[in-house]
Design a protein around this ligand. Structure first.
Ligand code: IMP
Length: 172
């Protein structure tokens, strides 16, 4: 497989959308000091830009979730660090790179819900609604895309291509 020459979503379009998400979230969370909980490793670049687009007090933490091998979903989700997180009574915003089958986000939201946050929201840079297996509706979405396996801006294929500034499709 190779990376598409032309991006699906340009770096400029990503930057503009992240700024807009930041404005919207800043309005919703002003005075609430939310905890941005980014899902490693795919959301690391997105959350770095999103946090800087939010002109409000916030905290930032990370959680690890693994569900993919190559371009195939393995169907099971392993979470690490969930027990170390201090989310009780906090306004938590889970920041995901992409919601695909929805298994990762659903597992994470369920686990976090059990820790009694004051509120819980999901922000996904990308959403692939046609691939959904478990019902999950992000509160904030950067872009809805068709059923492509995409890389760049933090998203990888077997560890590679996270550093691409734009979102590209993996082509056969
Ligand atoms: P889900 O549990 O099937 O929703 O998958 C969520 C995780 O799978 C994401 O956080 C990504 O790490 C990975 N993933 C799903 N689709 C893609 C893709 O198109 N490119 C890269 N990673 C993906």
């Amino acid at each position: 497989m190779r990376v598409s020459e032309r991006p699906l979503i340009s770096a400029a379009a990503v930057a503009a959308r992240v700024e807009a998400l930041g404005c919207e979230m800043a309005g919703d969370y002003a005075g609430k000091r939310p905890l941005l909980l980014a899902v490693l490793r795919g959301a690391s670049l997105f959350v770095a830009d999103l946090a800087r687009a939010l002109p409000i007090e916030l905290e930032l933490d990370f959680i690890q979730a693994r569900s993919y091998a190559g371009t195939r979903s393995t169907g099971s989700v392993a979470l690490s660090r969930a027990e170390d997180l201090e989310v009780t009574g906090r306004h938590v915003i889970v920041v995901e790179d992409i919601v695909d089958t929805g298994r990762t986000a659903a597992a994470l939201l369920e686990r976090l819900h059990g820790l009694s946050p004051a509120s819980l929201a999901l922000c996904a840079l990308l959403d692939k609604p046609s691939r959904r297996v478990v019902e999950v509706h992000p509160n904030y979405t950067g872009f809805s895309i068709d059923d492509h396996f995409v890389v760049g801006y933090g998203l990888d294929c077997d560890g590679l291509h996270r550093n691409l500034p734009a979102i590209h499709v993996m082509e056969a």
